[in-house]
Design a protein around this ligand. Structure first.
Ligand code: SAH
Ligand code: F3S
Length: 439
């Protein structure tokens, strides 16, 4: 009973990979993909719950399909991923035309559930009993968004309990994939032309928990490093508590491991970090950042910040700004605090006004832009190897690539160099990108 599937993904890189996995499983059943909702037999929204705004976007997209479903009653519309886990059967009440709700750890069941709905016309929901079938089978990705760059799941879930975060609820507890499976997957990818892999996990640097024989992220990086054909290895996202000496050594010693660490501080105030239950103080974070800079020449750091967490005073916020300036991150992702039901912080008054959150958000971004611009300008004149990602979105004569440290480089080229490594001379800089010239 196969047909056409339309899938739209919201949120993080893990969701992008899950989206590819879902499509692969559906294609195994004979489905083909479409980017037109009106010709699809199955429409799935692969959702994010980290902030209310992310949920609202998916809800309004799914809401718009009421008429399409009325015209084509046989169409199956599903909501899968984190919001499915978070809102469960509430989604059926909010959106009566939705028939499928599947959480992140049940996604392996999607093909079977879709067939059941198409056969019986009845709703299906799978959000109970986290199982690891989808993680175990996650190397079977045939539908990759790109061929030369690939995401690879290292672990799934999170055992921490940050007061603001819904991820441990939606993705369950931490489960690491055995290193042999990961290396095997990377090997297969390399055979098909992949040159860059990004290992994914919610706290990827705690990789290895529960595995026997013992291994940590440093050890995994060493094993992936041996795979011929792979030229760059990235990993996201790291938590400050798990940056161990073996990881620092891997960053220092393994040339394929990109010298770039996304390691969210969230706040620069000890009082707020404590309320967030992040498990470290500013001083400890700074020690880690300094050790990384000392041991890994050229390393760049990236940050996530939450502004307007309950009780964040003007002075607490200033401390975040000072920390940003002190660590000199290469880039910062700044989020306005959004209370998530069921998290511990949801019990606290959301007492920073939306206007003030916006102001703090803008202030951090402006500060980061100034630092990024200074850092980028310092690169002008350097010759840097980049991996070309393809034509720029705004100008097809222009190609876009990335440095080892994840900076974007735009340059003119007569041909599409996607997937190739080229050396460019940096000729210009803005806060968000470098301009380069190939010789
Ligand atoms: N370690 C996880 C973090 C997931 S959430 C991972 O990268 O997989 C990504 C970022 O969203 C967090 O680092 C945090 O800065 C932000 N975030 C999480 N919960 C939030 C909330 N309730 N409000 C605003 N931002 C939030
Ligand atoms: Fe969320 Fe904190 Fe884990 S941000 S994913 S609970 S490390």
């Amino acid at each position: 009973m196969a047909g056409k599937i339309y899938l739209e993904t919201f949120g993080c890189q893990m969701n992008v990979l899950d989206g590819d996995l879902i499509l692969s499983r559906m294609m195994d059943q004979g489905y083909t993909t479409t980017d037109r909702r009106d010709e699809a037999d199955v429409i799935l929204f692969n959702t994010c719950s980290v902030r209310l705004h992310a949920e609202e976007r998916a809800l309004s997209n799914a809401g718009l399909l009421q008429n399409l479903k009325r015209r084509r009653p046989e169409l199956v519309i599903g909501i899968v991923g984190c919001m499915a886990q978070n809102r469960r059967d509430e989604l059926f009440r909010m959106l009566p035309h939705v028939q499928l709700v599947v959480g992140p750890r049940k996604m392996g069941a999607i093909p079977r559930l879709v067939e059941e709905i198409r056969r019986t016309g009845l709703r299906r929901i799978a959000v109970e009993d986290f199982d690891d079938e989808f993680i175990d089978g996650c190397d079977a990705v045939s539908a990759r968004s790109t061929q030369f760059q690939a995401y690879v799941k290292a672990m799934e879930g999170c055992d921490l309990n940050c007061a603001f975060c819904i991820v441990p609820t939606t993705r369950g507890s931490e489960t690491s994939r055995p290193p042999g499976r990961i290396v095997e997957e990377v090997r297969r990818l390399a055979d098909r032309g992949t040159v860059e892999v990004t290992l994914l996990g919610q706290t990827v640097d705690s990789y290895g928990k529960g595995l026997k024989p013992a291994i940590d992220l440093g050890g995994l990086l060493r094993r992936v490093h041996e795979v011929p054909g792979i030229r760059r290895i990235r990993f996201i996202t790291s938590h400050p508590s798990f940056v161990r000496p073996s990881l620092v050594e891997a960053l220092r010693d393994l040339p394929k491991v990109c010298k770039y660490l996304h390691i969210p501080p969230q706040s620069g105030s000890d009082r707020i970090l404590k309320a967030m239950r992040r498990g470290y103080a500013v001083e400890k974070y700074l020690r880690i950042a300094d050790a990384l800079r000392e041991n890994v020449p050229g390393i760049e750091l990236a940050a996530d910040w939450i502004v307007g967490f309950p009780g964040e005073s003007g002075e607490d916020f200033e401390e975040s700004a000072r920390m940003l300036e002190r660590v000199r991150f290469q880039n910062s992702y700044v989020f306005k605090y959004s209370p998530r039901p069921g998290t511990d912080a949801a019990g606290l008054a959301d007492d920073v006004s939306e206007e003030e959150k916006k102001r703090r958000n803008r202030t951090l971004l402006d500060l980061q832009d100034r630092i990024s611009l200074e850092k980028n300008r310092a690169r002008v004149g350097q010759r840097i190897e980049i991996l070309v990602e393809g034509p720029s979105k705004t100008n097809s004569r222009r190609q876009t690539g990335r440095t080892d440290t994840h900076q974007i480089v735009n340059f003119e080229a007569g041909q599409d160099l996607r997937g190739r490594f080229v050396t460019v001379e940096i000729t210009g800089a803005t806060a968000h990108a470098l301009a380069g010239r190939v010789d």
